[in-house]
Design a protein around this ligand. Structure first.
Ligand code: GDP
Length: 189
């Protein structure tokens, strides 16, 4: 797939706090902790500077942003999780929205779970992987901000993250939005 060509025809379909519009094409959803670099990753994958908003205040909106990519795919940017200061009500709203999406959205083809390459898997990340496993939706794990991990330490760090998530190390894709690492690999999935 020539993704640069594909993403040259991209349209922001909107922000949906409630019911989603009927699916146009197979959807690829992005999940991750607030501030993990989700918006930046989506922008990098879409070859755009600001299709998705790079957040100043994390964990605010409980909504899904949809992006149509050519006549092939839709990207769904799900709200971030694990923001320490988020009130309980926001956490509950997140759970409802994400569960509904993961378990009911028939067009959902793949989930891209983002984790921060600088840290080992956090409890909330493990819970997310458990939820994805329960939903039986195919998913990949992408380790963002790999540019912040010294080259010599990257392999061991990815292995540590994989152990934390109880998955094989070669299933974690190293990624950097700033250095444009891993874009082709993610698109190839
Ligand atoms: P989101 O809350 O998950 O959507 O995260 P953002 O995309 O808003 O990014 C959060 C912060 O991490 C911002 O300050 C970004 O500039 C920074 N960031 C995102 N991706 C990368 C990356 O690949 N490398 C580095 N070094 N910083 C990044």
């Amino acid at each position: 797939m020539d993704w640069k060509k594909l993403t040259s025809d991209m349209e922001f379909l909107g922000t949906f706090p409630g019911r989603l519009p009927d699916a146009l094409y197979p959807e690829v959803a992005f999940v991750g902790r607030s501030n993990v670099g989700k918006s930046s990753a989506i922008n990098a994958l879409l070859h755009r500077r600001k299709a998705a908003r790079v957040s100043g205040t994390p964990g605010r909106t409980q909504a899904v942003n949809l992006f149509r990519i050519s006549d092939r795919l839709v990207f769904a940017d799900l709200p971030g999780y694990g923001f320490a200061k988020a009130p309980e009500s926001a956490r509950k709203a997140w759970g409802r929205l994400v569960r509904r999406y993961l378990f009911k959205r028939e067009a959902l083809a793949l989930v891209v779970q983002l984790v921060d390459a600088r840290h080992t898997a956090q409890k909330v990340d493990i819970e997310m992987v458990d939820l994805l496993t329960e939903s039986e939706v195919p998913f990949i794990v992408v380790a963002t901000k790999i540019d912040r991990v010294k080259r010599a330490k990257q392999k061991a760090q990815l292995a540590a993250i994989a152990r934390g998530l109880r998955m094989p190390a070669d299933q974690i894709i190293p990624f950097s939005s700033t250095e444009k690492v891993g874009l082709d690999l993610v698109w190839s999935v």
